[in-house]
Design a protein around this ligand. Structure first.
Ligand SMILES: Cc1cc2nc3c(=O)[nH]c(=O)nc-3n(C[C@H](O)[C@H](O)[C@H](O)COP(=O)(O)OP(=O)(O)OC[C@H]3O[C@@H](n4cnc5c(N)ncnc54)[C@H](O)[C@@H]3O)c2cc1C
Length: 390
């Protein structure tokens, strides 16, 4: 076993960290604006991310992406997770399923996203279908040359800035779950409400209504009936990235809380000298250390090809569940260490406190991750816990 970063990985981490530091300069502006940054700022930061090799990190280099392995993506996302206001959305990760498109779809949809010219968003959730996406009622009915989509999608991350959406709908009389490329400008697409969520994010999570939206046959992603399988692929990668980002966020919070504990004096001493504060610092370090190790392990297994997709689905669920919940504990303690200042929106720990809450909800709630892990144990035994052997 060798847990060291290679020289290339150490360089990648340093580049990602430098870019994350650059993003941090815009946190206050984003917070004050209620989220969005000026378009020219976003354009400039996008260009810088491309130049630093940390944009479209999950896309192959021959298509213009950074071409990183899943392990390398975890290294980058951990640094990005340290940034508040979801500014890590700027160095965009196109939905991984875009890579399954046809050559024509790649030219039309994916390559402009990789060049930072267009934006995609993934629309699965509906008012009546969250944890149970199979209960969705969006439909795609066959018409000459394509499909007519009707339905409603909620909480579409980056839907406000997206140019097109990946919409899951049940196709045909057999109601086969299918993903469609839907242009946001297409007649019948309406962005309805833009909910104000707990976090202050650079991009929104709006709701959409689709009324008789025509989608041509060539805009079906990955074939009719493959919608769930593709969505599952998306979840698996994104859950690992959430584990990485929440670990990074927790580390930033601990760094800040540790420094503050050394600086702040009460009762004639540094608060770091109080054992109740020390206990909180130590518990944070434990939560971060074990989750960093596990997230890297799973990403390494994928990169080495030692893990089949089913086991990986469960391992990614363990990583998201563990890191998501651990980061919630860490940030709660760090706010406590900052006292009243930890409750002030101009402090990063306050923003992280609000932001980390959603990681136990989106991309599958903590309860759903538990069900995935329990399902794996019941169906296939405890092999999910094993390390691969050569
Ligand atoms: C900020 C934000 C951004 C999002 N971005 C996107 C996006 O880009 N695209 C997209 O499609 N969706 C997105 N979502 C939706 C998100 O994935 C869902 O909110 C999530 O899957 C939970 O669904 P729900 O909100 O309908 O909750 P529900 O499914 O109604 O769950 C409510 C509660 O019941 C629990 N529960 C449900 N079923 C079970 C069960 N079988 N056993 C035990 N407990 C259960 C849940 O864990 C939860 O605690 C986003 C959500 C938010 C808040």
């Amino acid at each position: 076993m060798d847990f060291r970063y290679s020289p290339e990985q150490a360089d990648l981490k340093a580049r990602a960290a430098a870019y994350a530091q650059r993003l941090m300069r815009f946190e206050d502006a984003s917070e004050e604006a209620g989220g969005p940054l000026p378009a020219d700022t976003v354009r400039e930061l996008t260009r810088e991310a491309i130049d630093a090799g940390v944009f479209a990190i999950n896309m192959p280099a021959e298509w213009g992406g950074a071409g990183l392995s899943l392990l390398d993506q975890v290294i980058v996302e951990e640094e990005f997770g340290k940034v508040t206001n979801c500014l890590w959305d700027i160095p965009w990760r196109p939905a991984n399923v875009l890579a399954y498109g046809t050559e024509a779809q790649r030219e039309k949809y994916l390559l402009p996203v990789i060049r930072g010219e267009r934006f995609d968003a993934f629309a699965v959730t509906e008012p009546g279908a969250g944890s149970d996406p199979a209960s969705g009622t969006s439909t795609a009915d066959r018409v000459d040359g394509g499909w007519l989509i009707n339905g409603e999608k909620w909480f579409v991350t980056c839907g406000d800035v997206a140019d097109f959406l990946l919409v899951q709908a049940d196709a045909g009389p057999e109601r086969q779950p299918t993903l469609f490329f839907v242009d946001k400008q297409a007649p019948g697409v309406t962005m309805t409400r833009e909910p104000r969520f707990m976090h202050t994010a650079v991009n929104g999570h709006p709701e959409f209504v689709f009324r008789d939206v025509f989608v041509a046959d060539e805009d079906v992603v990955g074939g009719v009936g493959n919608g769930y399988e593709l969505t599952k692929e998306w979840f698996t990668d994104e859950r690992l990235m959430i584990a990485a980002r929440t670990t990074g966020a927790a580390e930033r919070a601990l760094q800040l809380a540790r420094d503050w504990a050394l600086e702040r004096r009460q009762f004639g001493s540094r608060i770091a000298d109080f054992q109740l504060i020390q206990g909180m610092l130590a518990d944070c370090a434990v939560d971060i250390a074990v989750n960093r190790a596990y997230t890297h392990q799973v990403a390494w297994e994928v990169t080495e090809g030692t893990c089949d997709r089913k086991t990986l689905h469960a391992k990614a669920a363990i990583a998201k569940l563990a890191a998501g919940e651990a980061s919630g504990r860490v940030i709660d303690r760090c706010v406590q260490i900052f006292g009243g200042r930890g409750y002030d929106r101009s402090y990063p720990v306050e923003r992280l406190y609000r932001e980390l809450r959603v990681d136990r909800i989106w991309e599958g709630t903590s309860e759903i991750q538990r069900l995935i892990v329990a399902g794996e144990l019941i169906k296939r035994g405890t092999g999910v816990l094993r390390l691969p052997t050569t």
